[in-house]
Every structure is written in structure tokens, then in C-alpha cells.
Design a protein around this ligand. Structure first.
Ligand SMILES: Cc1cc2nc3c(=O)[nH]c(=O)nc-3n(C[C@H](O)[C@H](O)[C@H](O)COP(=O)(O)OP(=O)(O)OC[C@H]3O[C@@H](n4cnc5c(N)ncnc54)[C@H](O)[C@@H]3O)c2cc1C
Length: 485
């Protein structure tokens, strides 16, 4: 009998747990540890943040589903790993801190044979003074944040309705933050809502970003095929911002937020500030702070985790100059090389390096987006990790045949730009591969047959359809496994 512990019930963890349970017989145990009892479909938080969906439309309670599937669920957060066991025992252990109402704060241990760390990111608001909920800016990174953000935005609409001019700021709240796509989506949705409400002349909207060029999205930008022509995501994204009446500040790292003021430094070394009445800014991400110890209790975190807290996997972490970076540096099986029964799909794995060229200001501040790890690669990596563990358990295989490198995988991104069955809009973009491969595709870095972009109503329908399809899949409704990740 084997015990597989999955940390996190997000896109990567829930997908991994679902496939593990489907493929492993009942004599093997699958345990999910996650601090919240809810699964949330994070991409739809954008719509919670503009009041078009409620929290309960984007999340559901996992406990009945896991009970039906035969998965043990622990509402807790993992705090420490003992991959060699602890004290006299030599079975790997994970220490968890319970978060449910009845056992809040209690610490217990779970033994495991295989560990899937899919604990995603820690939203590191603290990395920027004054950033985040409870301080001076809002977030849409979780559905609770998004609901709060909507309450604040509603007040802005009321002020605009009374004839007041309101300044709205969107973008990245840290010099190395990623997830530009989500912030961009939110900015477009708010701008659209302002237009629909006839308040456009009362809003002054600014997009602030750490990207060297608008449309970089942490993936070094892309050339896309659009209406038969090749265009850059820079032109594409700037046109969209212009069309929505949003000004932009690029190459900017926000260093500090005060009430109503965001201070920033740009790559050329100038400093500046933007004044705002409402700001939705994405924080930096780090690992979730899990530590690792050997059997004697010595800290071995650096064998499992990179300095940013993400788990080290089968990537090339050697420090090399940008010119020598290659798609081959990126992991394909998400397996820790020191402890091979440990895997990390989704945002939890440590990327080998940036995808966008790292750029520093004259003062030495790194102002570059971190690599994005969007939903589709997170789900795919969750699935292949599960399939490899199943092969090891069921067939005793040591060679991992299921692979999903971001340098060999495409991604589809649908950037909502307005909600509504008849008047909605979304920009649909596919890129292949996610990490550009300049050896295979020397002209554009990617395969232009699969790197395309369009904007229109159909995109909104697809995004809405995906909301329902992915929740159908996550809820384990009939034939869920036939739906792709
Ligand atoms: C607003 C927004 C919109 C987005 N829109 C899109 C989109 O349109 N398309 C797209 O492809 N991607 C989108 N993304 C990105 C997408 O949401 C992420 O790629 C995806 O959620 C990553 O999955 P994950 O499982 O790695 O992490 P998460 O989904 O963050 O899941 C991590 C899980 O781990 C749990 N956890 C945290 N700490 C611990 C711990 N210590 N122990 C155990 N469990 C822990 C968390 O509670 C959570 O359940 C969006 C992101 C945001 C914020």
C-alpha cells in the first residue's frame, strides 16, 4: 500500500489528486492537505471583482466530493517536510497546521511515500510596503479579495455617478511581480463597466507595469498571427489599452504605497509617483514557506527549495547568462532531484530563470516580470505528475514517461475585456511553446501556426464556457476526465 500526499487543492493539486484517485486502487491512500475547504476557479475572480459573479459561483466545498471519491482531506497548511523521516522513524513525514474551526492551530504529522507539492504561491504583499488588502490597494488573487475589491469599486462608481473624477490604477505592485494577464484583464473589465455605465469622462485610468514593453506578460512578449498578419503582443496590448482609454507607465517597479499614492522607480533610474483613488495591483509571489529537515532535525530546505521558497525540480538551476538560456533548462517531470518521491507541479515549482530578459535600473533594482505559470500548464503538470506516480506505484517504473515542459507545451489565454452575452469581449491568445524556442523557431521564437490572437465577442463566450466546463470537471461531474486540463 502506498500513501500519496498532495499539498494544495488548486488547479495543479486538485487535478493531481483527481487523477491519482481515479488510477490507483482503493488499497492506496490519497490525502489532500489544503488550508481552505474550497476549490476556487481563480480565473473567474475577475468577474467577482466587477460584481458579475458571486464568490459561490466560482468556488465549491471539496469535502463532499473527496468523501465520494475516497480521498482523505485535511484542512491544514503544510509547514515542514521530513523527507528522511524524523527521530527513530524513517518514513517521510509532513507536518501540518490545521486551519479548520475545531482544530485551528493544532500541529500533526502525516506519513507519505510520495509527496505532490502543489501549494502554489504565497501572495507576498509584504514585499511592497503598503500593498494589499487591509492596506492601501486591492487584489483579485483570491475570491475573497475580489469580493472586497468589488465593494471598493462600487463606491468609485457611486462617486463618479455624483460627478466626481476618480483615478484608477491597475498593474503590478512589485518590480518582479508576474500575472500581468490577470491585472490586464481586470483593468479592461473595469474600463468596460465604466463605459457601459456612461462614466468614461469621470475616470482616469492608468496601467503600471514592470514589463519592458506592454504585452510582455513575463514570457518575453510574443509575435502572434492576427487576421493573416504577424503582429507583436506589444502592438496588440497597447492598441487594446488605447481603445479602452487606459494610459500606461511601463518599465516601472513599485517600491512603496501610501494612501492614494504609488511610488515607483523606472529602468532608466527616474522615480515617480501615481496618485489614485482605487488601485488593484498584483503582489510578488513566493513559495508558501514550507521548510525541510533531515532525520536529525537539521535544516535541509535548500535541498528541496530555491531561495524564493519554490520547490526545486528537474530544471537546470545553474546560473548562466541570458544569451545561454534554453528551453532545455525547463523541467519536464517536476521531480525534486534530491528526494525523488517529491514533485511540484503548478506555481509551486522553482523556474530555472526568468523568460523575459532580466533588466536592472542604474541603482541595481531588478525590474522584470517573473515567469507566468498559468492555469493550463499547471493543470497539465498536475496530471502528468499523477500519471508518473501511478506508473511508479502500479508498475514499479523508475523512468518517468509522462512529460510536460513549458518549452514543449502551448498555452491558451483568454483575456476577458468585458462581460455580457451580447456585448462581452475577450482577447483570445494561444502561444506555442510558452517558453520561446529560438533554436527550433529562429525567426519568431514560437510556432506561428499556433501562436495567434483575436479579440471579440466569441472570446467572451469561450471564456464563459470554460468557466462552466472547468467547474464541471473540478466537481467530478460525469466524464470529467474527458475534459482536457
Ligand atoms: C485573478 C487571476 C486570474 C487568472 N486568470 C487566468 C486565466 O484566465 N487563465 C489561466 O490560465 N490562468 C489564469 N490565472 C493563473 C491561474 O490561476 C494559476 O496558474 C493557477 O491557479 C495555478 O495553479 P496552482 O494549483 O499552482 O496554484 P493555486 O491555484 O494557487 O493553488 C494552490 C493551492 O495550495 C493551497 N496552499 C497554499 N499554501 C499551502 C500549504 N502551505 N500547504 C498546503 N496547501 C497550501 C492553496 O490554498 C491552494 O488550494 C489567473 C490568476 C489570477 C490571480
Amino acid at each position: 500500500m502506498s500513501k500519496v500526499v498532495v499539498l494544495g487543492a488548486g488547479i495543479a493539486g486538485h487535478t493531481a489528486a483527481a487523477h491519482l484517485r481515479r488510477k490507483l486502487s482503493g488499497k492506496h491512500e490519497v490525502i489532500v492537505v489544503s488550508p481552505s475547504r474550497y476549490y476556487q476557479w481563480i480565473p473567474s475572480n475577475i468577474w467577482v471583482g466587477i460584481g458579475k459573479m458571486t464568490i459561490d459561483q466560482v468556488r465549491f466545498d471539496l469535502r463532499p466530493l473527496y468523501k465520494r471519491w475516497g480521498i482523505r482531506f485535511e484542512q491544514a497548511r503544510a509547514t515542514a517536510l521530513y523527507p528522511e523521516g524524523h527521530g527513530s522513524g524513517n518514513l517521510p513525514l509532513v507536518e501540518i497546521e490545521h486551519t479548520d474551526h475545531d482544530h485551528k492551530g493544532e500541529r500533526t504529522f502525516i506519513e507519505y511515500d510520495y509527496l505532490v507539492n502543489a501549494s502554489g504561491p504565497r501572495l507576498d504583499f509584504e514585499a511592497t510596503e503598503g500593498l494589499g488588502p487591509g492596506k492601501y490597494t486591492y487584489s483579485v488573487c483570491s475570491c475573497d479579495h475580489a469580493a472586497e475589491t468589488w465593494e471598493a469599486l462600487k463606491l468609485c462608481f457611486e462617486r463618479m455617478g455624483r460627478g466626481e473624477k476618480v483615478r484608477l490604477l491597475f498593474g503590478t505592485g512589485h518590480p518582479t511581480a508576474t500575472c500581468q494577464g490577470a491585472a490586464f484583464e481586470y483593468a479592461l473589465n473595469v474600463a468596460n463597466e465604466i463605459r457601459v455605465r456612461g462614466l468614461a469622462d469621470k475616470a482616469e485610468m492608468t496601467w503600471i507595469t514592470n514589463e519592458y514593453e506592454i504585452g510582455d506578460f513575463g514570457m518575453g512578449g510574443a509575435f502572434i498571427k492576427r487576421g493573416g498578419y504577424v503582429t507583436s503582443t506589444k502592438i496588440f496590448s497597447e492598441s487594446v489599452l488605447a481603445e479602452y482609454g487606459i494610459n500606461w507607465i511601463k518599465r516601472a517597479g513599485i517600491t512603496r504605497i501610501e494612501k492614494g499614492t504609488a511610488h515607483y522607480e523606472t529602468l532608466d533610474g527616474t522615480t515617480g509617483k501615481v496618485l489614485f483613488d482605487f488601485a488593484m495591483l498584483i503582489p510578488a509571489f513566493s513559495g508558501t514557506g514550507i521548510k525541510a529537515f533531515d532525520q536529525q532535525g537539521a535544516d535541509i530546505s535548500e535541498r528541496l527549495f530555491a531561495p524564493n521558497g519554490f520547490m526545486k525540480v528537474d530544471a537546470d538551476y545553474s546560473i548562466k547568462p541570458f544569451e545561454e538560456w534554453s528551453v532545455a533548462d525547463w523541467p519536464s517531470v517536476y521531480q525534486n532531484q534530491a528526494y525523488k518521491n517529491h514533485f511540484a507541479p503548478g506555481i509551486a515549482f522553482a523556474p530555472p530563470h526568468q523568460i523575459s530578459k532580466p533588466m536592472k535600473s542604474p541603482g541595481g533594482m531588478l525590474i522584470t516580470p517573473a515567469p507566468p505559470r498559468t492555469g493550463m500548464p499547471s493543470g497539465v503538470a498536475g496530471k502528468i505528475v499523477a500519471m508518473n506516480i501511478v506508473d511508479i506505484i502500479n508498475k514499479g517504473k523508475t523512468e518517468l514517461k509522462h512529460k510536460a515542459s513549458m518549452g514543449r507545451m502551448g498555452a491558451a489565454c483568454i483575456v476577458s475585456a468585458g462581460f455580457g452575452l451580447l456585448k462581452g469581449q475577450a482577447a483570445t491568445m494561444t502561444v506555442f511553446p510558452i517558453v520561446p524556442d529560438w533554436e527550433k523557431y529562429p525567426q519568431w521564437g514560437r510556432d506561428l501556426s499556433y501562436t495567434v490572437g483575436e479579440i471579440g465577442l466569441a472570446g467572451h463566450w469561450i471564456k464563459l464556457l470554460l468557466h462552466y466546463l472547468f467547474l464541471h470537471k473540478a466537481k467530478g461531474y460525469p466524464f470529467w476526465w474527458l475534459l482536457p486540463e
